[in-house]
Design a protein around this ligand. Structure first.
Ligand SMILES: Cc1ncc(COP(=O)(O)O)c(C=O)c1O
Length: 373
C-alpha cells in the first residue's frame, strides 16, 4: 500500500501536479489581497444572514437529525424551496452541495438507452455524475457548438433521450456558454438541456438565478443547478425542473435520500439570501469585472468577460511560480493546472468579489507585470 501511495505522490510531484493545503485561511489576514475565493458577492460575513441562520438554529436545533425523507424535513427548508421555485419558475429541490446535486441528478436521470453530451470543461461533479449513470457519455470541445452539433448528428438516432450538459459560467476558464446555440441544438435534437449555474447564481439575473435568468430564458432550460457555496456565501445547492422531476429525485436521487439534510442554520442563511435583493452587489461586481478586463491581459472574448478572470500562463511550473511570486507581493490567486484544464492552458485564476476595491486590481496588475519581466 505504502509503495502505491508513494509512487502516485512522486509521480504527481514530477509533473508539478502535487497539491498541498495552504498555510493560511483565505481572507483572515487583512494585509493580503485575496483573489481565490468563490465569495463573489462578499456575502459570507453579512450580519443579517448570520442572524437569520441563528434564528433558525435556535428554533429547530443545530442539526437536521436525519435525511429529508426521515426526520430532517423542517419548515425553513420548505420555505427555501418555495422561494427558489418562485424565482426559477420551476420546482426546486434543495440538496446538501453542488457535488451532491450533480452526481445525484446525472447518476439517476439518464438511463442505459440514453446519451449524455457534456462540455469538455464541465466540473468534476458533472463528469462524476455522468460516469455514475448507465447512459453513454461523450464530451464536446469546450464551448464548441459545431462539435456538439456534429456529435448530435452522428449519434442522436442511436439513443432514446439526449441530455446536453453545460455550465453557464465555466469555473476554470471564465468562459460562458452560448445559450442561443444550445437552445437551438436542443430543440432540433429534442434533447433536455441541463445547465449548472454554480458560478453565476447570485451574480446575474433580476432574480439572482444566474445567466439564464439574465438572458430571460429560464423557461428554455430544462434543468438548472445552483449552489449556495459560492456567490451566496454559505453551502448547499438546488436542482430546478418540472414538478415530476422533483418527485423523481425525491425517490431516486441517492445523495438526497441517503444523507442528513442541511442544518437549520444553513437553511436559515440560505432563505435570507434568496429573499434579499443583491442588485447593488451585482452592480459593484460588474464594475470591477469591466475594470479588471481592461487592466489585465485576460485574453477573454468581448462576450465572455465575467468575474472569473483567467490569466493564461501555459505550463504548470510557470503557473505555480507565478502564484508564489504573487503571494510574495501579498496577492493570493490560484494556479489552475492540467488535468483541471487541458495541457498547455494552465492559468492563474482571479476571482473577483463585489467588495474588492479598484486599487486591489491596480495592485494585481502591477504585480502581474512585475513577475513577467
Ligand atoms: C460548476 C460547479 N458545479 C458544482 C460544484 C460543486 O459545488 P459544491 O461546492 O456546492 O459542492 C462546483 C464547485 O466548485 C462547480 O464549480
Amino acid at each position: 500500500m505504502d509503495r502505491f501511495l508513494n509512487h502516485t505522490l512522486s509521480k504527481l510531484k514530477d509533473t508539478h501536479s502535487y497539491r498541498t493545503l495552504p498555510d493560511q485561511v483565505s481572507g483572515s489576514d487583512a494585509s493580503l489581497i485575496v483573489f481565490n475565493t468563490n465569495d463573489y458577492l462578499g456575502l459570507t460575513t453579512d450580519y443579517s444572514r448570520i442572524q437569520a441562520g441563528l434564528a433558525a438554529a435556535n428554533h429547530y436545533g443545530a442539526g437536521a437529525t436525519g435525511s429529508r425523507l426521515l426526520s430532517g424535513q423542517y419548515p425553513t427548508l420548505c420555505d427555501l424551496e418555495s422561494a427558489l421555485s418562485i424565482r426559477l419558475g420551476k420546482s426546486a429541490l434543495v440538496v446538501n452541495s453542488g457535488y451532491h446535486a450533480n452526481t445525484g441528478l446525472l447518476g439517476c436521470l439518464p438511463q442505459r438507452s440514453d446519451l449524455i453530451l457534456a462540455d469538455r470543461a464541465c466540473h468534476a461533479s458533472l463528469i462524476d455524475g455522468a460516469r455514475l449513470s448507465a447512459a453513454t457519455f461523450k464530451r464536446y470541445r469546450h464551448t464548441d457548438y459545431d462539435h456538439l452539433g456534429y456529435l448530435i448528428q452522428k449519434h442522436r438516432a442511436n439513443y432514446n433521450r439526449l441530455f446536453i450538459v453545460t455550465e453557464s459560467l465555466f469555473s476554470m476558464t471564465g468562459a460562458s456558454c452560448n445559450f442561443e446555440r444550445l437552445i437551438q441544438l436542443k430543440c432540433d435534437a429534442k434533447a433536455q438541456l441541463i445547465v449548472d449555474e454554480a458560478h453565476a447564481v447570485g451574480c446575474y439575473g433580476p432574480s439572482g438565478m444566474g445567466l439564464a435568468d439574465a438572458h430571460h430564458i429560464l423557461d428554455a432550460v430544462d434543468i438548472i443547478i445552483g449552489t449556495f457555496g459560492k456567490a451566496w456565501g454559505s453551502m448547499g445547492a438546488f436542482i430546478g425542473g418540472s414538478p415530476e422531476l422533483r418527485d423523481y429525485l425525491i425517490n431516486r436521487c441517492r445523495p438526497f435520500i441517503y444523507s442528513t439534510a442541511l442544518p437549520p442554520f444553513v437553511a436559515g442563511v440560505n432563505l435570507a439570501t434568496v429573499t434579499q435583493n443583491h442588485s447593488q452587489h451585482q452592480l459593484a461586481l460588474a464594475t470591477l469585472t469591466r475594470y479588471c478586463h481592461t487592466t489585465l491581459p485576460t485574453g477573454c472574448s468581448p462576450t465572455a468577460k465575467h468575474h472569473i478572470v483567467p490569466l493564461p500562463v501555459g505550463c504548470p511550473e510557470k503557473a505555480l511560480a507565478y502564484t508564489h511570486a504573487l503571494a510574495q507581493q501579498g496577492i493570493i490567486a490560484t494556479a489552475i493546472r492540467h488535468p483541471t484544464v487541458p495541457k498547455h492552458t494552465d492559468l492563474i485564476r482571479i476571482s473577483l468579489r463585489a467588495n474588492h476595491r479598484l486599487s486591489d486590481i491596480d495592485q494585481l496588475a502591477t504585480a502581474w507585470h512585475s513577475i513577467q519581466t
